[in-house]
Design a protein around this ligand. Structure first.
Ligand SMILES: [Zn+2]
Length: 270
């Protein structure tokens, strides 16, 4: 049994066939799916999906690329209220994105400041609610990564973060893992040019990582370029098992255990 720790089931790309997508996940022995919220509306949809399907859980939060779309002054209160829903297992996805340029009407500096403000406020909220956080980070260089680490440092011991779609080296991962955080691998690890990530996969301890699809994006090889869906987390897990000279059973067992302790499912249903 494998847990897809990060998928976007509220995406329009799943609108037409969500039932079939979930059925295929089940046939591929995907035991739990975490549907990740990216703004207020999307988070609400994730909560609704998690209430409808017993093996789907939700996170709620504002993604760094969505911060300029939020006009509600009480957005944080709204996230807080949504987080009270039964199947919400973390705040996310939150973080910083310096890869995409500022949208129309925003200069780079104020856009980044807005992202930081949202990131910090949601970290504080998660810490107050005793929830962990799903962290997004993307950049053309290293600045974003540097700032994420600075922002998250004071929260050590108060919450755990999962650095989703991890694409850095093992040297970059190690201090985070030492601070109690997790990293998570998508289908990107299966790509031919992903040697840095593959090296990280072979070195990180079994209790330090999870697996995910980030579907509908980032389908692993051999599905690259197609719509990704939760069942594809099996290919990624298999690939990781091969790289580590391990079995898919062993990797599934440990990544599921890590997800269990991170998302604290036992508080909810089952
Ligand atoms: Zn995502």
């Amino acid at each position: 049994m494998i847990i897809d720790s990060h998928c976007h089931l509220a995406s329009n790309q799943f609108k037409g066939d969500l039932e079939e997508v979930l059925e295929r996940a089940k046939l591929n022995k995907i035991s739990k799916l975490i549907s990740i919220g990216t703004d207020l509306e999307d988070s609400k949809k994730c909560v609704n999906i998690s209430n409808k399907y017993h093996n789907v859980f939700a996170t709620v939060g504002v993604h760094p690329c969505s911060v300029t779309d939020i006009s509600d002054t009480d957005w944080l209160q709204k996230i807080s209220e949504l987080s009270n829903s039964l199947n919400v297992v973390a705040i996310g996805e939150i973080g910083l994105d310096f890869f995409h340029s500022a949208p129309n009407g925003w200069d780079e500096k104020s856009y980044r400041n807005k992202q930081k403000e949202f990131f910090i406020k949601q970290l504080e909220l998660a810490s107050a609610l005793n929830l962990n956080v799903v962290v997004h980070q993307r950049d053309k260089g290293e600045q974003c990564w540097k700032e994420i680490k600075e922002i998250i440092a004071p929260f050590k011991g108060k919450l755990r973060a999962v650095f989703h779609c991890f694409t850095h080296s093992w040297e970059a991962a190690k201090p985070l893992i030492d601070d109690g955080h997790l990293i998570s691998f998508t289908g990107v690890v299966t790509f031919k040019n992903a040697t840095l990530i593959q090296e990280c996969v072979t070195q990180c301890p079994l209790d330090s990582f999870m697996v995910e699809t980030d579907s509908p994006y980032l389908a692993p090889i051999p599905f690259r370029g197609k719509r990704c869906e939760p069942m594809h987390v099996r290919s990624t897990t298999e690939f990781i098992a091969n790289l580590r000279d391990s079995s898919i059973e062993e990797i599934s067992e440990h990544t599921s255990k890590n997800a269990d302790s991170f998302f604290k499912f036992e508080r909810i249903k089952l």
